[in-house]
Design a protein around this ligand. Structure first.
Ligand code: SRM
Ligand code: SF4
Length: 589
């Protein structure tokens, strides 16, 4: 508690929660009273041999139960009907103790428990690449963290020895890698004590709340969205303790709040994108709703106009009711057709608005297309920039492919404390920035050794690099990404002069966690041949635009081997022909 920033908008800042953010192992997530079963459903559940008390069905409405009992429900629904993952955050505590006492080991756990249900506690078993170890994904609303939290992350990651490392993710979030069940509960509780949590960060839950890395300090924002993002995160996770009411969705869901014309959180690829704007008639600052943006192996959908305008004080209720609508009405059959877009398309945008409004008990206003006289260029937040607060600056630094160590976490926190206000921000480009740096501190801050590794003024290619996890840790990966991405970009920087930033995104498979469709140049893992033999390759996408009026990149070439002798010249020719890059003059021998 106590780290909620005040909102600059007319809406009062939310009250600090009555309960502290610290976690007490309990069944507090049971606060939600689900709808009583109808006799007909009770009979069907009994006939199906489902243990209602342990099943997700306990937590669904009757319409949700109908859908979760449909004849052709997908495998994940069957697993959730058998036993739901919402108890995982309690199970982790018990498991840790048993493992430490030598009474159980990860191999003793059922496949669904270890590989699926623990994701409700944010624990992702890396069965394929590092069996017995887990990645823990957190929730860092609006990508904002404090020195205390960063120092705890350093301690937790350090506890994991040489296998421990971390990521800044494409949802401005942290992940910790290399933990076993023997450490997971200790870290789980340690995080809760510093106001962080990993609950409901995987499987069919809401992902990290994204906003703006420069919220509250940006001279060009319509409003500061941090307060709303904290409130939303608290609503979604029940203050980090887990929320049974929203833990049985038909699929993952991404929500992003964009407070400026830059669209920092890429609302067009979020299931629910709230875009700040000024109402043309009333002059109030509120949000237009975008719905249904998502990527998957089968379909990549740009969000559609949700024809809804929200006042600021409607946002939390709207999101809660939209999640309940999704939970109750979303289909649970073909898992490739369960993201929010499918429900919105089935209902139609206007009926969807009416339904959410009905649940809120209001008539929601229709949306509008804001008209701007000028074209807005999405800003880079790296470098040193004056804030809206006079005499204060933010300093943004590039974190290559988002990979970090325990020492980096420690240094992030130290620098925030020494030169700034004890906070940092993360970006969806996997970078970091320090807000509220007084002008007098800028010179000495730049001399910190950390900035040799994480450049404040990176090159035009390295500074915009994004990469998903890839084959080093991800079992779905077709290729290695992060290490390769860093190596190739270094070569490109050495060999080319590029007149302006070019955003190169890598993603190890078509799930597109590295968001290749929004990139200038996107590289997606795929099959290729080299000298007649199968090898790691990429499909190349070119021409994505972000910010105002975004467009998806389209496929340019496929089957390109990742081997440096093939890929490097290919990328160089794209950079020269399409982005005005020039070969650097060879330095004299
Ligand atoms: Fe993702 C699954 C990593 C952002 C679409 N994603 C996975 C898994 C959990 C697969 C697995 O079990 O190994 C990956 C974990 C690898 C690991 O060890 O880190 C994984 N996704 C990531 C992260 C860490 C990539 C990164 O390096 O930054 C990002 C974590 C964000 C976070 O903090 O929550 C991440 N994933 C995304 C995004 C980007 C975004 O949100 O803007 C997308 C595309 C947008 C979207 O979801 O519509 C994305 N991830 C997927 C999908 C495809 C979803 C679908 O509807 O089919 C999967 C597969 C799935 O869910 O079945 C997936
Ligand atoms: Fe793994 Fe594929 Fe996502 Fe990369 S895009 S993290 S390889 S699921």
């Amino acid at each position: 508690a106590g780290r909620r920033p005040a909102r600059t908008s007319a809406v009062a800042a939310p009250e600090a929660p009555a309960e502290p953010r610290s976690f007490a192992p309990s069944n507090d997530w049971g606060v939600y009273e689900a709808e009583p079963l109808t006799p007909e459903l009770a009979k069907r559940i009994e006939e199906a041999g489902i243990d209602f008390e342990n099943s997700q069905l306990k937590w669904l409405s009757n319409s949700g139960r109908e859908r979760a009992l449909a004849p052709k429900i997908n495998k994940a629904e069957k697993t959730k009907n058998e036993k739901h993952g919402i108890t995982a955050w309690e199970d982790v505590g018990e498991l840790g103790r048993l493992v430490r006492e030598g009474k159980t080991k990860w191999e003793d756990l059922g496949l669904d428990d270890i590989d699926v249900r623990l994701k409700w506690a944010g624990l992702f078993h890396r069965r394929k690449r590092a069996p017995g170890t887990f990645m823990m994904r957190l929730k860092v609303p609006n990508g904002e963290a404090t020195t205390k939290q960063l120092h705890y992350l350093a301690e937790a990651t350090g506890m994991l020895g040489p296998d421990g490392c971390g990521d800044i993710t494409t949802r401005a979030n942290f992940q910790i890698r290399g933990m076993t069940l023997a450490e997971a509960d200790i870290i789980f509780h340690g995080l809760q004590e510093v106001g962080l949590s990993s609950v409901q960060s995987g499987m069919d839950n809401v992902r990290n709340m994204t906003g703006s890395p420069i919220a509250g300090i940006d001279p060009h924002e319509f409003l500061d969205v941090r307060g709303l993002n904290y409130e939303l995160n608290d609503m979604i996770t029940n203050y980090g303790k887990g929320n049974a009411a929203l833990a049985s969705l038909p699929r993952k869901i991404n929500i992003g709040l964009s407070p400026s014309r830059d669209d920092f959180p890429h609302t067009h690829i979020n299931d629910v994108g709230l875009v700040a704007c000024q109402h043309p008639e009333t002059g109030e600052i509120g949000f237009n709703v975008e719905l249904g943006g998502y990527f998957s192996t089968k379909r990549n959908a740009m969000s559609i106009f949700g024809n809804t305008f929200l006042a600021q004080d409607q946002v939390v209720d709207y999101c809660q009711r939209t999640l309940e609508t999704f939970r109750d009405l979303g289909r649970r059959e073909d898992r490739q057709k369960t993201r929010l877009m499918w429900l919105v398309e089935e209902m139609g945008v206007d009926a969807y608005r009416e339904e959410v409004g009905r649940r809120m008990g209001v008539q929601l206003r229709t949306g509008f297309h804001p008209e701007y006289a000028d074209k807005w260029e999405r800003r880079s937040v790296l470098g040193i920039h004056p804030q809206k607060q006079e005499g204060l600056f933010w300093v943004g630094a590039n974190v290559p492919a988002g990979r970090i160590t325990a020492d980096d976490y420690q240094a992030f926190g130290d620098i925030a404390e020494k030169y700034g206000d004890g906070t940092i921000r993360l970006t969806v480009e996997q970078d970091i920035l320090w807000p509220n740096i007084p002008e007098k501190n800028l010179e000495s801050m730049q001399k910190e050794p950390l900035f040799q590794k994480f450049k404040i003024f990176p090159g035009n290619l390295e500074g915009s690099l994004v990469s998903c996890t890839g084959a080093q840790f991800c079992g779905l990966a077709v290729i290695e990404t992060k290490n390769r991405a860093m190596h190739i970009v270094k070569k490109l920087e050495e060999q080319l002069d590029t007149p302006k930033p070019v955003r190169i995104h890598w993603t190890g498979c078509p799930n597109s966690c590295g968001q290749v469709q929004v990139a200038d140049i996107g590289l997606m893992g795929g099959p290729a041949k080299l000298n007649g033999k199968a090898t790691e390759g990429v499909r190349i996408f070119v021409g994505g635009t972000i910010g105002q009026d975004p467009t998806f990149a389209s496929e340019f070439e496929k089957g390109i081997a990742c081997d440096e002798s093939i890929l490097l010249p290919k990328l160089k020719s794209i950079l020269v022909e399409k982005f005005g890059a020039k070969e650097k003059a060879l330095s004299p021998a």
